[in-house]
Design a protein around this ligand. Sequence first.
Ligand code: NAD
Length: 477
Amino acid sequence: MTERYGHIIDGHEVESTLGHQFQSIDPYDQKPWAEVAFGGAPDVDRAVAAARHAFDEGPWPRMTHEERRSLIHRFADLIIENGAELALADTRDMGKPYAQALGNDVPRTAANFRFFADHAALATGDVYPRDDRHHLYSSYDPAGVVAAIAPWNFPMMLESWKVAPALAWGNTVVLKPAEDSPASATILARLALEAGIPAGVFNVVHGYGPDSAGQALTESPFIDRITFTGESNTGRVIAAAAAKNLVPVSLELGGKGANIVFDDADIDNAVEWSINAAFTNTGQVCLAGSRLYVQRGILPEFKRRFVAAAEAMVVGDPKDDSTQIGPLSSDEHYTKVRRYFDSIEQAGGSIDTGRLGDGWTITPTVISGLSEEAPHLREEIFGPIVSMTPFDTVDEAVRLVNASPFGLNAMMFTENLSTAHKVAGRLRVGTVWVNCFFIRDLRAPFGGAGDSGVGREGGNFSREFFTEPKAVVMQLN
Ligand code: NAD
């Protein structure tokens, strides 16, 4: 074990005030690979004070959008140049296949910074014509110090969806990455400094959630926004902390993605995307298509091909280029997912394919025969386990999808345009993908209904959250 990752506070990489550290365990070999500063309230206080000072006194919120844009673009260049180090950090922290981290997460992280820098630089305010004696306009002022709390499943990429718009709109940030994926956050903050983003603008504090750095950050009286991605129950705790200080909060929470395959689907396309939706990132995706609803006419053929494609996936060392399915992210998470795997038959289901693999690995698993009430269909498993349920009519499919407390997203496969539009209109979810999955346009709203979240990210939605929109009303004498 050679790597060390500190907090980044006020432009310096530092150890914890109390000198504590924790180890990051590589979930493939189950050995510690890095030592990480273990922060608590004193470290959060230092980081928030640095971010506060950088916001209240520093140049960042006072720069032009163009100046910030060019520094953020330089930062994005460095993310690409250091992509191998960033990708390996996420792979070793949480078991994501390296090829996916390097081929997808690194370029998307850089692209997120570029998009929000450009979006803020190109944005306009509004003028509200009234009469010849008044002039009314709006401006979007930076909100202040942003507390960002992230999960471990797409570490750098999800952090960038928070940090990028926050920085682009002139805020300063304290990021607390997940305890299971700390390393890439420190690397990102090092690169931000190297790019010339001023000290105190982008701070990172490591630690856990409850009674640790996460809780201290969300309860700080000196922050102006909380942006959180993680489990729905954690979201409830964070919303309560935000309410206490009346801090606006954005919550991107859990999901139980539904995937409807109609009889008239292009079956090659439906199988390919459905496999992708169910098993990308070992199924550890909030958007995962873990509830497959297949119309009865196409069921035998779809199931045969879907199971064959699941069995063809390469499970193994996430550092090998050919690996598609790595281990689950941690001992604790493996134990949770395994509990669902072990109780499939008890819940009334049967396993079409799937088994426990080496270490913390579970191979792509397909279940049939579960009733609607089975925990496997109602709760977020967050692993490579998908259930397949037949349906007959459009109404039945819509009812099944909407029966979930989660409402993050749904997929649908059909060649009938009318079905696609009608069903999309009836689904209670934040995103509907038709004949595809995971295509994200950063201008569009992203977020969840029900237990899947509060608020939306993306384009102007991020602008509304990370700024204080202001109206200026002037009487002309
Ligand atoms: P988690 O809620 O356990 O932890 C997320 C983060 O919150 C971590 O940094 C953790 O340390 C912190 N935290 C935990 N308790 C806290 C508290 N009381 N106060 C402050 N911070 C606290 O979630 P996870 O297991 O890391 O991530 C998986 C979850 O994230 C899944 O439910 C998944 O669906 C969800 N997710 C949602 C989206 C989305 O866009 N909606 C994207 C990715 C992941």
